[in-house]
Design a protein. Structure first.
Length: 198
């Protein structure tokens, strides 16, 4: 998470949406950087609202714009699957090495998710406690240039993102039945993605 006091802007680090690249590029322009551990870097909107917003509003003397990127839900899960399939995790309980993407999504759909499939929800990340969208602006990850253009205008700075933390390649085919189950179980994630920019 990056907070820009002068620009009245809070940039949330949605996991698996180029957040490391964005942080690396913009951290020196920010007034505050919440970077480590990952639970701090990836502060959710509801945690921000409860713990950080009163402080930020007091400093800015105004309510800042809150922005984040949001990835197509299947693609987002695919990124988690590939990221957790990297060599350094082999043998650990959060590794996806040796399982298919179908198996990963099926595990994600379980009430008691195994550790390798416990990756949260983008909808939950960007929403209030009662489920309403908390962000002032959301940008599609697959159209990240729209977000970059917004940031360039707001920060008055040309931005070029480096490729950092790129996940290994993997087969990401998903069975139609699992896709339908995922769309039903995580309907809010699909709904939010479909309405961004509409």
């Amino acid at each position: 998470m990056l907070i820009f006091i002068k620009e009245r802007l809070v940039l949330f680090a949605t996991p698996k949406t180029a957040s490391t690249s964005i942080e690396t590029t913009l951290q020196n322009l920010s007034s505050m950087k919440l970077s480590a551990p990952s639970v701090v870097k990836h502060t959710t909107y509801r945690r921000y609202k409860r713990l950080l917003e009163p402080y930020v509003v007091a400093i800015i003397d105004d309510t800042p714009d809150c922005i984040a990127a949001f990835r197509e839900p299947v693609d987002w899960l695919g990124s988690w699957y590939r990221y957790r399939g990297r060599q350094s995790l082999i043998g650990k309980d959060n590794s996806t090495h040796g399982i298919t993407f179908d198996q990963f999504v099926a595990a994600y759909l379980q009430d008691d998710q195994p550790k390798f499939a416990n990756v949260g929800s983008q909808a939950r990340f960007v929403s209030t406690k009662n489920g309403t969208l908390g962000m002032s602006h959301l940008f599609r990850y697959d159209k990240i240039n729209t977000m970059i253009a917004f940031l360039e205008d707001r920060l008055n700075k040309r931005i070029k993102l480096p490729q950092i933390n790129v996940s290994p390649k993997a087969e990401l085919s998903l069975s139609p039945d699992l896709l339908k189950e995922l769309q039903n179980a995580y309907a809010r994630d699909f709904e939010i993605y479909d309405t961004i920019g509409v």
